[in-house]
Design a protein around this ligand. Structure first.
Ligand SMILES: Nc1ncnc2c1ncn2[C@@H]1O[C@H](COP(=O)(O)OP(=O)(O)OP(=O)(O)O)[C@@H](O)[C@H]1O
Ligand SMILES: [Mg+2]
Length: 443
């Protein structure tokens, strides 16, 4: 017999015994007072009733506590105490299970939050039920306030609205959003459960930018090569079709050589760019004497200028022994580019100054100052972009492709330095290479 049955039996027995005892006492009293049978039945029934009332009261006490199970357990006798303890244990087990599940859910949500991709959960009617921090950031949503809103009320980009309406979610969709500047998100919907949806968002702005840059780069290179090739072709046709005098022939061949040289320059610049982009950061253990660099720069500058500009190279005698660390050919290329620009964009007769100076903190500065055509402020931030030229036709006349300064910037950044440009239209420019103190020493 199990404990609940024995409990039931004991309650019944207790009532029977109490009823019988009450009956006997009533009958005995009745013998003295009259009506023994009636009094016996009455007292017997009263005893059973009293026990029932007492049980009801204890049951009520237990029920009261169950309504507020956080209150302390009521003091109950015997079997009622056991009932109360068993109920309390069940409640504790349930609380523990809920806490465990909640902790697992929190862990699960933290894992979703740890991903750089945004996650947004939608119910079957496309209302938002949960938003991860990344998704809130991607779409500019408020994680609390925007719950239960229809998703298309908050994400209104036509590409997304169409994607959701079309119902074909095999491929993701690219959507432009403006969050303080144009960014691109890739959105992918997955249907799960009973018509529920999971929307994943990924910031692909960098990837899009890189794609655009690659496309632009190829287009620019093709364009730069096509122009001289077209010119060359024209000359070749002329040479083949027309009888030219010796003077004309020399002129045409001179012009052809110019175009070929331009293409050669472009290819050389592209190779330099590819080479510095593909090689590791220059080690700081190789040292080059600044005075030697300056001497070579000066020779090249005079060669380019062909006596058209007064060129001065200035540095303190104490800097004779100064060295900079890094790759000699890259420093030469960066400094040489600045000097060749100065020569190219300065009218004959105007002076050009090349200077090396040490700053109080030990850093070095190589600067080229010219008094040439100068540059409008609006162009300055873009000068180091590949193929950027202020005035395409003028620069092309001088043989420029717009790669020079992007090579300079790249080289300086690889060496931990910085390119600074100040210029005024019509007055002239100063281009400065800032070399950090760790890359400058006295030999
Ligand atoms: N010293 C300068 N004075 C005026 N404009 C300059 C000067 N240096 C550069 N620029 C402007 O900046 C543009 C970009 O210069 P960059 O050296 O990158 O290209 P480039 O000289 O045209 O061609 P490349 O150097 O590749 O042969 C030039 O086209 C020119 O318009
Ligand atoms: Mg240049």
């Amino acid at each position: 017999m199990d404990s609940s049955n024995s409990w039931l039996l004991s309650r019944v027995l207790v009532r029977l015994v109490a009823g019988a005892l009450g009956g006997v006492v009533g009958y005995w009293l009745g013998l003295h007072l009259g009506y023994p049978v009636a009094l016996g039945i009455a007292l017997g029934a009263a005893s059973v009733l009293a026990l029932s009332i007492s049980d009801t009261l204890k049951g009520h006490q237990l029920l009261d506590w169950l309504r507020n199970p956080e209150d302390p357990l009521p003091q109950l006798p015997g079997i009622w105490a056991e009932v109360a303890h068993r109920v309390q244990r069940v409640l504790h087990l349930r609380d523990d299970a809920i806490a465990h599940e909640r902790a697992r859910l929190d862990e699960f949500l933290s894992a979703i939050e740890a991903s750089p991709h945004g996650v947004l959960l939608l119910d079957a009617t496309d209302h938002i039920t949960w938003v991860s921090a990344a998704a809130a950031d991607h779409f500019g949503l408020d994680r609390q306030r925007d719950l239960q809103q229809r998703v298309t009320n908050l994400i209104r980009q036509p590409a997304f609205v169409q994607y959701l309406a079309a119902g074909d979610f095999r491929e993701p969709v690219k959507v432009p959003v403006s969050r303080g500047g144009q960014t691109w998100l890739q959105l992918h919907l997955q249907v799960y459960g009973d018509g529920l949806k999971l929307l994943q968002s990924q910031d692909i702005t960098e990837r899009e930018r890189a794609d655009t840059m690659r496309r632009d780069f190829v287009a620019n290179v093709s364009h730069e090569i096509r122009t001289p090739l077209t010119v060359l072709n024209g000359f070749i046709e002329t040479l083949g079709a027309l009888p030219l005098t010796e003077v004309e022939r020399k002129r045409v061949i001179g012009l052809m050589a110019q175009q070929a040289e331009r293409m050669q320059g472009l290819v050389a610049d592209l190779l330099t760019l590819a080479q510095i982009e593909g090689s590791p950061r220059p080690a700081s253990g190789r040292w080059v004497r600044v005075a030697a660099l300056l001497q070579r720069i000066e020779t090249d500058a005079r060669g380019l200028s062909r006596e058209r500009h007064p060129i001065t190279v200035l540095f303190e005698p104490s800097e004779q022994a100064t060295e900079v660390s890094g790759i000699e050919s890259e420093w030469l290329s960066a400094m040489g580019n600045l000097v060749s620009n100065a020569v190219r964009y300065t009218p004959a007769g105007q002076p050009i100054e090349v200077r090396w100076a040490r700053l109080p903190d030990g850093a070095g500065e190589f600067s080229v100052r010219d008094h040439g055509i100068g540059i409008d402020a609006e162009h300055i931030p873009r000068l180091t972009e590949r193929f950027y030229r202020v005035d395409g036709s003028r620069s092309r006349d001088t043989g420029g492709t717009g790669l020079g300064l992007s090579i300079v910037k790249h080289v300086v950044q690889r060496h931990g330095g910085e390119l600074k440009i100040t210029s005024e239209k019509g007055k002239g420019s100063v281009f400065t290479l800032h070399v950090p103190a760790v890359r400058v020493r006295r030999a």
